[in-house]
Write a protein that binds this ligand. Structure first.
Ligand code: FAD
Length: 315
């Protein structure tokens, strides 16, 4: 294995990623690096041998890491990258700031980023995934992001260069988002907080928010997320086509398609990444057979499966 550069932050070898993902599955990363600050991250990436892969990770709420783990250095931003400040209608947030904290702090200052309140990720993941719900997306509010490129260079990219679309973006490969600037409409703080309480209650009523999941498993074939409004049409919702194919509640090992919301994959306690991914693939197959629709994964699946164990030849 290559020698890694000296750092001021924390470098941990063979870190089990099951400890860092919402689904609580995933084998070890070769290394996890938590930089002390931006200069530490820049120096590390500049001096890291070019054959070492870098994988930036948020809080793992949209990830299945396979059971064999990741042959990479996982970059996990923490303290030093989670500041939030508000100036007028502009909100600047570090990539490690939780979406919910950003929404609350913005609302305190009378800025409407309420759509972020019920999304469990952090800002770097929200930008990468163009996270959204209830009819609003990051793309509607993002002004620019600061990223550290794989070369170690620190650059600012305007939102217009990120090709933000339904659950996707086009950040440079292996670039680490360190900060994002959003713009929100002004609103009355009490009204904004009340709206967020409503949205939380709506989520708890319809989604398995207390279970180990990674949110929606597949993109809606319609090409957009639910608005939560009364006139929302369900024909091309992933949950509807999964229901129609009879897969609500289906299981494999410790994995289950949630009985509460059929587009949520749940680790009921003993699931491996292979159980979860295998069940997801089974759902895709059944939906295709039933309706001809090819569901696309929304959850990112990364890493390698566990190597097959072979019996050594004896005698
Ligand atoms: C209960 C539940 C409900 C959810 N509801 C929604 C919803 O309504 N709407 C929605 O959009 N999503 C939803 N999600 C999915 C998830 O929360 C979002 O996709 C979120 O934005 C992911 O952020 P994260 O920090 O967890 O990223 P991770 O899961 O850690 O990573 C996701 C991707 O972002 C990349 N990434 C993360 N941080 C950085 C960074 N700093 N720099 C560069 N790349 C980075 C990773 O490489 C990976 O490709 C839900 C998830 C759960 C568990």
């Amino acid at each position: 294995m290559s020698t890694l550069p000296d750092v001021r932050g924390r470098l941990t070898p063979d870190k089990p990623l099951s400890e860092l993902t919402w689904l609580r599955v995933g084998g070890p990363a070769d290394w996890v690096f938590q930089p002390a600050d931006v200069a530490d991250l820049q120096g590390f990436l500049r001096d890291l041998p070019s054959d070492v892969t870098v994988f930036p990770m948020g809080v793992g709420s949209n990830l299945i890491v396979r059971d064999g783990g990741l042959r990479a250095v996982v970059i996990r931003l923490g303290r030093g990258f989670n500041g939030i400040s508000v100036e007028g209608s502009r909100v600047t947030a570090g990539a490690a700031a939780l979406d919910a904290h950003v929404a609350r702090k913005a609302a305190d200052a009378g800025v409407d980023l309420t759509f972020l309140r019920t999304i469990p990720g952090a800002v770097g993941g929200a930008v990468t995934m163009n996270a959204g719900c209830y009819g609003s997306y990051v793309a509607d509010h993002l002004i620019e992001v600061r990223v550290v490129l794989r070369s170690g260079a620190l650059v600012t990219l305007p939102a217009s260069e990120l090709e933000l679309s339904y659950r996707s973006s086009s950040l440079p490969a292996e670039a680490v988002v360190i900060e994002a600037v959003f713009d929100g409409h002004n609103g009355d703080p009490a009204t904004l907080h009340a709206r967020m309480e409503d949205q939380l209650a709506k989520r708890d009523a319809t989604q398995p928010t207390k279970d180990r999941t990674a949110g929606s498993t597949f993109r809606n074939p319609a090409g957009f997320s639910s608005t939560g409004e009364a006139d929302d049409v369900h024909d091309l919702k992933a949950w509807k086509v999964i229901d129609d194919a009879g897969m609500r509640g289906a299981t494999r090992g410790g994995a289950q398609m949630s009985p509460k919301h059929s587009n949520f994959l749940v680790n009921t306690g003993t699931a491996t990444a292979a159980d979860l991914e295998g069940l997801g693939e089974e759902v895709r197959k059944r939906v295709f057979e039933h309706s001809g629709i090819e569901l696309q994964w929304e959850i990112k699946r990364v890493g390698e499966p566990l190597a097959e164990t072979t019996q050594p030849d004896v005698g």
